[in-house]
Design a protein around this ligand. Structure first.
Ligand SMILES: [Mg+2]
Length: 268
């Protein structure tokens, strides 16, 4: 359902004292670009995040990127950053890695070395310490590169005891522990005693949060809703698990604007 069909819900949530807005970054706050290094939110989104931060319990960015990277890109102070699919949280100026992931730091290092020596043209390795991303968006023939590389990265993933994930034009290797964006979302809701929340996301890895939101809502822990951010290549998992949707990054801006308006109206 389009978010605009239930404006009363967003007004009620935004003005709830225990409300947190949680959002993915790439493809949600910032348009998908060929070079992930140039991704940035536009000035309107930045201003809205800053305004919302002043009215609600928390504004959280939950991203696949490293927290240092994503916090710099967002460029708005006072937000909370959970990065690397929940594998790191920026807390009191320090980066915290979940205990269950720590034994895999060595294996990740070895896999990074292997991948670096075998990258195909147009591929780029992003080493995030406890996880690895291999981007192939800039390859000439993305599908050919994906097919060529998949069996190799799968064998290294097995060899070093890691788990392989595939996202939009990216392979990811992570430790085989029960940490994902969904578990990070649930942990955050519990740690910060969040009573109402909205999550915005566009990619396969965001489906775990959409499912977590539904679970929190149905068990009465937190009134959380998952919003899918639609584009021409929205994965099926998003369609399946979203409660509502917005159209693209511009739609996210309109949604944030509605939240800010609701907060301002109620505080005057
Ligand atoms: Mg995304």
């Amino acid at each position: 359902m389009n978010w605009k069909e239930n404006l009363a819900l967003w007004e009620r949530l935004a003005t709830h004292r225990g409300f947190a807005l949680v959002s993915d970054f790439d493809g949600t706050l910032s348009p998908i670009v060929n070079d992930p290094e140039s991704a940035k939110p536009d000035a309107r989104i930045q201003a809205l995040l800053g305004e919302l931060r002043d009215h609600v319990l928390a504004v959280v960015i939950l991203s696949g990127r490293a927290v240092e990277d994503v916090s710099e890109r967002v460029g708005v102070p006072g937000l909370i950053f959970i990065g690397n699919h929940g594998f790191e949280r920026l807390q009191d100026g320090k980066i915290i890695i979940p205990d269950q992931a720590k034994p895999y730091q060595k294996a990740v290092k070895k896999a990074a070395k292997k991948i670096r020596r075998n990258l195909l043209p147009g591929m780029r390795l992003e080493n995030k310490g406890i996880t690895l991303s291999v981007h192939y968006r800039q390859a000439e023939d993305e599908e050919a590169v994906r097919e060529d590389f998949l069996p190799r990265i799968r064998s290294w993933s097995d060899k070093y005891g890691l788990v392989l994930f595939q996202g939009r034009k990216v392979f990811e290797l992570r430790p085989p522990v029960d940490v994902d964006k969904g578990t990070a979302f649930i942990q955050f809701v519990k740690d910060f005693k969040v009573q109402a929340a909205v999550y915005l996301g566009d990619d396969t890895t965001d489906a775990s949060v959409l499912k977590a939101a539904k679970k929190l809502r149905e068990t009465g822990v937190c009134e959380a809703y998952g919003i899918g951010v639609h584009s021409p290549d929205t994965p099926m998992e998003i369609h399946l698990h979203e409660d509502y949707y917005v159209d693209g990054v511009d739609g996210v801006g309109d949604f944030l604007s509605a939240l800010v308006d609701a907060c301002k109206t109620s505080s005057t």
